[in-house]
Design a protein around this ligand. Structure first.
Ligand code: NDP
Length: 451
């Protein structure tokens, strides 16, 4: 059996060695999940709810441990990692509450009674990336388990540790053996096998648009259900009537949070030309203030990138007009400084997802141009609009072709609201009640009463 060495990206030191699953082990995990399915779907909703509630509580009780694991494995600042664990607990609390609130309808028809049921899908495969391993695992596990599915979860090879610990907590919570299975292994082996496996009913995937295409192709043979959360190239649109100080103070955290390794990163900062110079000054000042360094330090706001290979990829984007380059540690660790670049929307840096702490500043003349440029991208995941004019905020919100928007805020993700993309950012929604649609089928039953 081959082994996997897991690194801390802030030190480049190994923190774990794990056996890697192969095809046979993937098949065995799917078989375990299939065996566990009938009993799990039959658990009374009130009891399934209690088990998820217990898992949420265990996550809270182990918050420090989980945050430390995530911080060491991903290079996340510890304070941010703790906040992410808080969200994980909230996600499980939410879906504990949702189990008994997700039900069918009765529909008026002639000659009988018509009703719908929400049925679980069966075994679902959950494929998760390395940037928010624990959070994204919970976004998929919560609704999948709430609907009565059993799961095989594949974390990214680079960051498997928190998912393994979460699976132990699920067992401790009393979720029966076989319901939650975690496989550590390569995407091209374990991931692909899950996608093609005839006993897997659905794939919930988060990752790159490129692999998302492969997942769609692979799922076609078995007509598998697929939801895809993919890349983004979102716009942060600052109008001349905005509170510029507030917009500039927030903008760095809309790109540099998680070292820019965030599908929601507002990495195109669109600024109305009349306030462009003033905003750029404020933005540079705010970016200078981002504290980059040791993830274990409570004050740190940005850690390293995930790997040497990824750092090379991020660096390849910075060849234009650099407005600002911040400081970053030297020596061990995959560090990269906060970087602001002046660009046009046709430049590579504005077209492709960098997935690092690099933002492109792009001027625009008026509202119509702002909308045109913001929408001129293959993606459509998130975005922000900064203005004091409510009419403009609503007009532009409706005009932007993106799944998640915030006005005068950077916020993208809440446990109770739908999250997902338009266009090549994917389809299907995570979080909130909407996610339950992706983990259940609607069954319609008609009962004749005129017999
Ligand atoms: P990848 O798409 O390479 O990987 C995502 C997951 O898919 C990993 O678990 C990976 O496994 C697995 N995988 C890789 N190849 C296959 C395959 N052929 N079949 C099935 N599964 C496979 O993305 P990264 O992990 O490199 O993450 C970065 C990218 O993900 C960025 O481009 C970003 O935009 C996107 N992303 C999108 C998010 C969203 O919510 N929209 C959130 C986070 C990231 P392994 O790595 O172990 O090989």
């Amino acid at each position: 059996m081959s082994t996997l060495t897991v690194l801390n990206p802030a030190t480049e030191q190994p923190i774990a060695q794990l056996p890697q699953a192969d095809m046979a082990e993937t098949d065995a995990a799917v078989a375990r999940a299939k065996v566990a399915f009938p009993a799990w779907r039959a658990v009374a909703p009130v009891d399934r709810s209690r088990l998820l509630r217990r898992l949420a509580t265990l996550v809270e009780e182990h918050a420090d441990e989980l945050a430390r694991i995530e911080s060491q494995n991903v290079g996340k600042p510890i304070a941010g990692a703790r906040a992410e664990v808080g969200m994980v607990a909230n996600v499980f609390h939410f879906y504990a509450g949702a189990v008994e609130k997700h039900y069918g309808e009765t529909i008026p028809v002639a000659g009988g009674i018509d009703m719908t049921f929400r049925e679980p899908l069966g075994v679902v495969g959950l494929i998760v990336p390395w940037n928010f391993p624990l959070n994204i695992s919970s976004w998929k596990l919560g609704p999948a388990l709430a609907c009565g599915n059993t799961v095989v979860l594949k974390p990214a090879e680079l960051t498997p540790l928190s998912a393994l610990r979460l699976a132990e907590l699920a067992l401790e919570a009393g979720i029966p053996e076989g319901v939650v299975n975690v496989l550590v292994g390569k995407g091209s082996v374990v991931g692909q096998r899950l996608v093609e496996h005839e006993d897997v009913a659905k794939i919930g995937f988060t990752g790159s648009t490129e692999v998302g295409r492969e997942v769609m192709r692979g799922a076609a043979n078995t007509i598998k259900r697929v939801t895809l959360e993919l890349g983004g190239k979102s716009a942060n649109v600052v109008f001349e009537d905005a509170d510029l100080e507030r917009a500039a103070a927030a903008a760095p955290y809309a790109v540099f949070d998680n070292a820019g390794q965030d599908c929601c990163a507002r990495s195109r900062i669109l600024v109305q030309r009349s306030v462009y110079d003033r905003f750029a000054e404020l933005l540079i000042d705010a970016t200078r203030g981002v504290r980059v360094g040791d993830p274990e330090d409570e004050q740190t706001e940005m850690g390293p990138l995930i790997s040497a290979q990824h750092r090379e990829s991020v660096a390849s984007f910075v060849d234009g007009n650099v407005l600002f380059r911040g400081d970053a540690p030297t020596g061990a660790g995959f560090w990269f400084p906060c970087t602001l670049v002046e660009a046009t929307n046709d430049d590579r840096i504005a077209r492709e997802e960098v997935f690092g702490p690099v933002a492109a500043l792009i001027p625009f003349e008026d509202e119509a141009e702002a909308i045109r440029v913001a929408n001129d991208t293959p993606y459509g995941l998130s975005g922000s609009i900064w203005t004091k004019d409510v009419g403009r905020a609503l007009r532009v919100s409706r005009a932007l072709e993106t799944g998640v928007l915030s006005v005068n805020s950077n916020s993208s993700v809440r446990h109770s609201t739908p999250f997902g993309g338009f266009r090549q950012s994917g389809f299907g929604r995570e979080l909130g009640m909407h996610a339950l649609e992706g983990y259940s089928e609607v069954k319609n039953v008609y009962v004749a009463t005129d017999t």
